[in-house]
Design a protein around this ligand. Structure first.
Ligand code: HEC
Ligand code: HEC
Ligand code: HEC
Ligand code: HEC
Length: 153
């Protein structure tokens, strides 16, 4: 509990300071999928897979797709897949299966350069609250604010 409160405080401060702004890497890196992060971040990956709905969102969304037009399906992927519409990001479940859920890189940015050797300059350390709001829009807010820590890892 204590950790969660601390996290929220740090998180809000980071937002006010504008921490989380993309550095130069963002333009060059592509998306590798969460499993590629597990090699060096085993515990975080394991927690994410067990505790976060994000890591399993494809199971729910895929069941709904045959009721939707292709155009409507594309809108879902903006928020329910990794890196949709960005270079090296999600295209389709068939072509980019590793990016079919919401992954580490949905918050930390494209991770190919960082994954080569763990250079911390080539990954977004602390995603900003604005970034959460790109998917957690007013009408889809849910209850994510009191759960800042639980929803991440
Ligand atoms: C702007 C981002 C955004 C778009 C676009 C979007 N979603 Fe979501 N969706 C969310 C967020 C955020 C949540 C979690 C909060 C909530 O449940 O309201 C969510 C939750 C869900 C859930 C889980 C609901 C539950 O109760 O378990 C399903 C299933 C889902 N969306 C399907 C879809 C489908 C299908 C589409 C395309 C027609 C779609 N979403 C488009 C952001 C989005
Ligand atoms: C929903 C957004 C989100 C997702 C998804 C996410 N993270 Fe994070 N991550 C964060 C935030 C926010 C912080 C900053 C936490 C803090 O400063 O206390 C963070 C911090 C980190 C850190 C540095 C601090 C630490 O806890 O060691 C690492 C490493 C990390 N994340 C790796 C990952 C990996 C690997 C995955 C996927 C398995 C992942 N993250 C998925 C939001 C996310
Ligand atoms: C080759 C090993 C390796 C891989 C693969 C890797 N990382 Fe890292 N990562 C590191 C090391 C080493 C650090 C620095 C020490 C630490 O924080 O654990 C780090 C730190 C981080 C941080 C904190 C950055 C900071 O400024 O402190 C985040 C966030 C992160 N990694 C996310 C990811 C994500 C997301 C992936 C998958 C796309 C990933 N890592 C893949 C080795 C790796
Ligand atoms: C790429 C879009 C996207 C981004 C960015 C994003 N989320 Fe989410 N988040 C979702 C969707 C979609 C769901 C619902 C998934 C489902 O139920 O299938 C969700 C679920 C959650 C949940 C519900 C609990 C759970 O187990 O997943 C929390 C809490 C949450 N997000 C917090 C955050 C926070 C905090 C951030 C920013 C650091 C963030 N999210 C960034 C799309 C996103």
């Amino acid at each position: 509990m204590k950790r969660r409160v601390l996290f929220a405080a740090v998180f809000l401060t980071a937002g006010l300071l504008g921490v989380g702004t993309d550095r130069a890497w963002a333009a060059e890196a592509s998306f590798v999928g969460s499993a590629a992060c597990a090699a060096c971040h085993e515990d975080i990956y394991a927690r994410f897979q067990t505790d976060s709905k994000k890591a399993h969102t494809r199971d729910k969304v895929e069941k709904m797709l045959d009721k939707l037009t292709p155009e409507e399906q594309q809108t879902c992927f903006q928020c329910h897949a990794t890196g949709y519409g960005k270079p090296g990001g999600f295209i389709s479940y068939a072509q980019t299966p590793a990016l079919g859920d919401i992954g580490c890189e949905s918050c930390h940015g494209a991770g190919s350069l960082h994954s080569e050797g763990g250079d911390t300059e080539q990954i977004r350390h602390r995603p900003s609250p604005e970034q959460c709001l790109t998917c957690h829009t007013a009408e889809r807010n849910g209850d994510f604010k009191p759960l800042l820590y639980g929803g991440t890892h």
